[in-house]
Design a protein around this ligand. Structure first.
Ligand code: AMP
Length: 180
């Protein structure tokens, strides 16, 4: 089993519900277990700024899948939730990225690990720091990377959602032997 961390985002429809559904779906996959879910955060659009605000979160899980198989699973879950790939950094029902997969570092056409833009984006680092601030990725502590952002992530606002409920749902749906 390898521990991995996902970043999830949505800016179409019921954004928080889209995230909740995606996390729940990961929890029902037989070879994936979700062990921690961050709070949900509201963030301004990044890259392409003339679009609606996002809800973002991070989740830590464990899997028997290879990195590429996990990417395929992320993309299938995105597609099943109605994601149509269109404008780069454009509106999306659900976006799921793999931030880290164990200590694996790789760069292929389809997958870069750790995620190429992990350190650039407050909407990734703020949720990640909420559940794994002491993690060192490519020699940088998550909390230090967040503090080094120009505004320290101040424009990423925590929403009063209860991800613990998401987590309970995921666990109830997918009891796995190795879960703590
Ligand atoms: P996006 O539109 O932001 O979801 O980008 C998805 C594209 O990024 C896909 O074609 C993936 O093959 C590629 N990609 C590269 N590295 C990663 C990663 N760590 N997690 C998810 N997608 C990745």
């Amino acid at each position: 089993m390898t521990e991995f961390t996902l970043s999830l985002g949505s800016n179409v429809g019921d954004k928080a519900e889209n995230l909740r559904r995606a996390i729940e779906r990961f929890g029902t996959e037989p070879d994936i277990s979700i062990i921690t879910v961050s709070p949900f955060y509201r963030s301004a659009p990044w890259g392409k700024t003339d679009q609606d605000w996002f809800v973002n979160a991070c989740a830590i899980g464990r899997t028997r899948l290879s990195p590429l198989e996990l990417l395929g699973r992320c993309q299938r879950i995105e597609a099943d939730q109605g994601r149509v790939r269109g404008v780069r950094w454009g509106p999306r029902v659900i976006d799921v990225d793999i931030l880290i997969y164990g200590d694996v570092e790789l760069e292929t056409e389809t997958l870069t690990l750790p995620h190429r833009r992990l350190f650039d984006r407050a909407f990734v680092l703020v949720p990640l720091a909420a559940i794994d601030s002491t993690r060192v990725i490519k020699g940088r502590r998550v909390a230090d990377a967040l503090a080094a952002l120009p505004d320290g992530g101040a424009d990423v606002e925590r929403m009063d959602h209860m991800p613990a409920m998401v987590l309970e749902t995921a666990i109830a749906l997918n009891p796995m032997e190795e879960r703590p």
